[in-house]
Ligand binder design. Structure first.
Ligand code: LLP
Length: 433
């Protein structure tokens, strides 16, 4: 993917950088972000949705957010979906234009809402009635008006892991259409003086390959938009369909082209608008994984190798669930290679373990690799999304560094945590000194 290839030394090269050099220079574990791959995905979305249909693309920051990523997203003309005060702070710190920031989250705090009002973010994606009332009163106090999109649950079950499925009725997210809660919220939003109701939002899940899930979602959402018009006389001006397009992790994953995703979605929108005879709402999509995922690769150093004859051979690496908890959480699967032995044929079946104190700390079960030795560099692909952003310090492992590579140059965009960083928030009460 992107600018990944095998160089003349037979090493994996990312963005023109030899991955063994990257490992030597920056240490491992190391997240490597391929700038052109990231930007090309942004451009693909911008072209397919914005230039072709006038739709808005907002990058889902929860997949990977730091100052450099905010800068790239901004330069590529995308908006930004943030879900917490921390993500909002990051975006503002990077100078991301507030009017292109969309504030999500099912339980935004008083402080977070106040912060977003103060910053004058473009849209509040309101998840529930409590938030709607709170936002109205905070806006009143601040002497501002909040532009609101209401999140509803369309009752669609995308075929994906249950933890990352979000559109079904029994969900902590959004207002249910079927039982009237969504309509009641629309009516309340229209009543509230400091709320400017603009439209509806939904998100049916993540790692989705079936584009029909999207056209089906459009049908449900447009039917509801029509009902909103019939009952309130108000047109839904904005329809945000969330993110979710799947990426390639392992054999069998068949990502759909962004332009097909756009075509299927927009065709359904235009057909339904014609059928209901109202102006097509402005469409927003919120891709995350399909932009940041394929742009990321994690480099690890192979340490202990343990062969249990007839059972399994474990390669332990210097990272694991701390930097990539996705196997532990979702049984996620990944492909990997030995970065210095890319041209060698696979010769053994191994499993890649992390270094945390629990058996569930695995990165890959059963992968064919060339014969590995301690010191080899293992590159796990497609780790740009939901890896760094879900990284943790279990066992007091410092979180790795991230480098941005492009045209043979590599720059640090997130420093590796130090042991000092790990204790920097700790305090010793007087009586324990
Ligand atoms: N919009 C909303 C409202 C979302 O909840 C999400 C993801 C997205 C957009 C972006 O979806 P994407 O294009 O990345 O699929 N941690 C899990 C995935 C959780 C998805 C959360 N919401 C994982 O590692 O698979």
């Amino acid at each position: 993917n992107g600018t990944m290839r095998v160089n003349e030394k037979g090493h994996l090269e990312i963005g023109g950088c030899d991955s063994l050099d990257l490992a030597r220079e920056f240490g491992t574990p190391l997240y490597v972000l391929d700038e052109m791959c990231f930007r090309e995905s942004c451009r693909d979305y911008y072209h397919s949705f914005t230039q072709s249909y006038g739709a808005e693309v907002i990058y889902a920051g929860k997949t990977l957010l730091n100052l450099a990523v905010c800068r790239m997203v901004e330069e590529e003309g995308l908006g930004l979906d943030v879900v917490s005060g921390g993500e909002l702070f990051t975006a503002l710190k990077a100078g991301f234009p507030a009017e292109r920031i969309y504030f999500h989250g099912n339980n935004k705090s008083y402080a977070e809402l106040a912060m977003a009002l103060e910053a004058e973010v473009g849209f509040f994606m309101v998840d529930n009635l409590c938030e709607l009332e709170l936002l109205n009163s905070l806006a009143e106090k601040a002497g501002k008006k909040a532009t609101v999109i209401l999140r509803v649950t369309p009752g669609i079950e995308a075929h994906t892991h249950s933890y990352i499925r979000t559109g079904q009725i029994d969900s902590k997210f959004g207002l249910v259409i079927e039982n009237g809660q969504a309509m009641a919220a629309v009516k309340r939003a229209l009543e509230l003086k400091k709320i400017d109701f603009k439209g509806l939002h939904c998100h049916i899940g993540s790692q989705i390959f079936e584009l029909e899930s999207y056209s089906h979602t459009v049908e449900v959402m447009m039917a509801f938009a029509n009902k909103v018009f019939e009952e309130t006389g108000c047109h839904v001006k904005v329809l945000d369909l969330g993110g979710g397009l799947g990426v390639y992790y392992v054999e069998g994953d068949q990502p759909r082209p962004v332009k097909d995703y756009a075509a299927v979605t927009m065709k359904a929108v235009l057909e339904k608008a014609a059928e209901y005879n109202f102006p097509a709402p402005k469409i927003i999509v919120e891709p995350g994984r399909s932009i940041s995922g394929p742009a990321g690769t994690t480099l690890y150093t192979v340490g202990a190798i343990k062969d249990i004859p007839g059972i399994r051979k474990y390669l332990a690496v210097d990272g694991g669930m701390g930097d990539n908890p996705r196997l532990a959480l979702y049984q996620a699967r990944y492909e990997a290679c030995l970065a210095g032995k890319v041209k060698q044929q696979p010769s053994e079946l191994v499993s890649v373990a992390g270094k945390c104190c629990e058996s569930g700390d695995m990165l890959i079960w059963d992968i064919e690799l060339p014969s590995a030795e301690t010191g080899d560099i293992l590159a796990v692909s497609c780790t740009g999304a939901y890896n760094y952003s879900m990284a943790m310090n279990y066992n007091r492992l410092p979180r790795p560094a991230m480098v941005l590579v492009r045209g043979g140059g590599a720059e640090l965009i997130t420093r590796r945590e130090s042991y000092e960083d790990l204790v920097s928030h700790d305090l010793i009460p007087e009586r324990l000194r």
